[in-house]
Design a binder for this molecule. Structure first.
Ligand SMILES: [Zn+2]
Ligand SMILES: [Zn+2]
Length: 310
């Protein structure tokens, strides 16, 4: 079938093109995309040195399923996810599908359990990559069955689509990884899409104090609307966030918080959660910072088995 798709050229640009999408084989699902989010990574994907169908946050309707698919059928409303677990590797067997050793969203054309067959998406008669294995900035996409989850009735597609990336990155960090407990104190640095969902997750877990930090007043207003109990404005010139960190400690009875999250994607801020957390607290760097230079950690010392913020 023909479909329109946003194709990144690998050199920083994109264009709307016509692609040919094939029928689902085996455990594959053909989805008509109804809404797709745009994440900051989509901007990065413009320069991934090869053409690809853009987009990795999508929701839509199942058009057709392969013969092995059992959990959805044509007409089902679904949300897509890009961590597509194989179900059989050591991580998946431990129940940590999010760490699947086979699913490699950044290496989309290597044959693996995460990919629908390469010939299933063609542009100019050649197979074309699907960003993060799902390529949601297209009218149609072909994905593995494990990439689709049925949506409850009544959830609008435009809301559902972002659950597949930004929402779960933040919410999952608070609920599944940190397992914030009722009454806990939490700090969240960076209140964009991911940070706001850390806040929502912490709020749903019943956190007692949720302290939002951002350099933008408007972001702090959003944070309060999404469940933060306090806002700390990072002021210009507070490069190392010393003042902001001191303010968080002051709000929290002169100590660090139980759980500190970073959601800025700014490499030099990757270590800040270590200074926001109390001794024995948990520091989480959520935004996937890639910093080949390493992370310097002033204000932190190694004890026998762990690092302790000072
Ligand atoms: Zn994303
Ligand atoms: Zn696996």
């Amino acid at each position: 079938m023909q479909a329109r798709a946003a194709i990144a050229d690998g050199a920083g640009n994109f264009s709307l093109e016509s692609i040919e999408v094939g029928d689902p084989l085996g455990d594959e699902v053909l989805v008509e995309i109804k809404a797709s989010g745009i994440c900051h990574t989509d901007h990065a994907s413009l320069s991934w040195k090869r053409p690809l169908v853009m987009g990795h946050e999508g929701a839509g309707v199942v058009v057709k399923v392969g013969p092995e698919v059992r959990h959805v059928r044509a007409g089902d409303r679904v949300v897509l996810n890009w961590v597509i677990p194989c179900g059989t590797c050591a991580s998946c067997e431990r129940g940590e599908e999010v760490l699947c050793e086979v699913s490699k969203p950044a290496y989309v054309m290597e044959p693996s359990a995460a990919h629908a067959h390469a010939e299933g998406s063609r542009w100019k008669s050649e197979p074309v990559d699907r960003s993060f294995n799902i390529g949601t900035l297209a009218e149609l996409t072909l994905v593995r069955a494990a990439a689709v989850t049925r949506l409850p009735e009544g959830v609008p597609f435009a809301s559902a689509c972002i659950v597949g990336c930004g929402v779960m990155t933040g919410f999952g960090s608070a609920v599944n990884i940190a397992r914030v407990e009722a009454g806990a104190s939490v700090a969240v640095l960076g209140c964009g899409g991911v940070g706001l969902n850390v806040i929502q997750g912490a709020r749903l877990q019943g956190a007692g104090k949720i302290i939002a930090l951002d350099a933008r007043e408007s972001a702090l207003e959003n944070a309060m609307a999404f469940g933060a109990t306090e806002g700390v404005l990072v002021k210009e010139g507070d490069e190392q966030l010393e003042n902001a960190i001191a303010e968080v400690h002051a709000i929290n009875g002169d100590r660090g918080v139980d759980y500190a999250f970073e959601a800025t994607a700014i490499p030099k801020l990757g270590r800040i959660p270590l200074q926001l957390a109390r001794n024995g607290g948990l520091a989480l760097q959520v935004s996937g910072i890639y910093d080949p230079g390493g992370v310097v950690m002033p204000g932190v010392m190694w004890t026998e088995h762990s690092v302790a913020p000072l």
